[in-house]
Ligand binder design. Structure first.
Ligand SMILES: Nc1nc2c(ncn2[C@@H]2O[C@H](COP(=O)(O)OP(=O)(O)OP(=O)(O)O)[C@@H](O)[C@H]2O)c(=O)[nH]1
Length: 191
């Protein structure tokens, strides 16, 4: 029997060590991972009610990317929305966000049979608890969000700041793409 609820599959992508697993574990298991174990790939589930709607979430915690790594098709097929995550303590991880976004866009176009493709992205700056080590000011995250017409939020997986809010933002962003308002304008829409 099908589970009641709306099925949503999300992928968390970003550079190595930015906190993809920590953010996912904080949200799905309410715990923080102090030690660092590089991820190959993990999938987590969570049922959550947001705005009176029940969602069955599948969250794909992907391996850390670099400029040269290739996106696996598994990260593209059936994904409703992407969390593009960097660490506010790492400028290089912030700079990689644009590259990763471009790789996702370029990989999805050939899979789409030439139809128009809408890809919901949310940009997330993690590790705000390490403010003394910050290399990326909030304003730069906001500007990148504006550039790509994507929501932006800063979080701390460690201190559990904005984590629920971040996933709610992703789900509402996905909903806007799936059930768009009548006059939608989005730079994330590719034809
Ligand atoms: N201070 C602080 N440390 C964090 C936070 N999030 C993650 N970390 C630490 O950063 C390190 C890497 O975290 P992970 O969650 O494993 O990072 P990841 O992006 O999944 O790493 P890869 O799988 O290698 O790509 C770990 O030591 C975490 O404890 C945070 O919000 N604040």
């Amino acid at each position: 029997m099908n589970k009641p609820g709306i099925s949503r599959k999300l992928a968390v992508v970003g550079a190595r060590g930015v906190g993809k697993s920590s953010l996912t574990a904080r949200y799905t298991q309410e715990k923080f991972l102090d030690s660092y174990y590089p991820t190959i790939e993990n999938q987590f589930s969570k049922d959550v009610t947001i705005d009176k709607k029940l969602y069955n979430l599948e969250i794909l915690d992907t391996a850390g990317q670099d400029e040269y790594s290739m996106m696996n098709d598994k990260h593209l097929i059936g994904i409703h929305g992407y969390i593009l995550i960097y660490s506010v303590t790492s400028r290089s991880s912030f700079e990689l966000i644009s590259t990763i976004r471009e790789k996702i866009v370029d990989s999805i176009i050939p899979l789409s049979d030439g139809d128009s493709v809408d890809i919901p992205f949310v940009i997330v700056g993690n590790k705000t608890d390490l403010n003394a080590l910050r290399q990326v000011p909030t304003t730069e995250g906001e500007e990148l969000g504006k550039k790509f017409n994507c929501p932006f939020i800063e979080v701390s997986a460690k201190d559990n700041i904005n984590v629920d809010k971040c996933f709610k933002l992703v789900l509402t962003t996905v909903n806007k793409f799936i059930d768009p308002p009548i006059s939608k304008e989005s730079n994330c829409s590719i034809v």
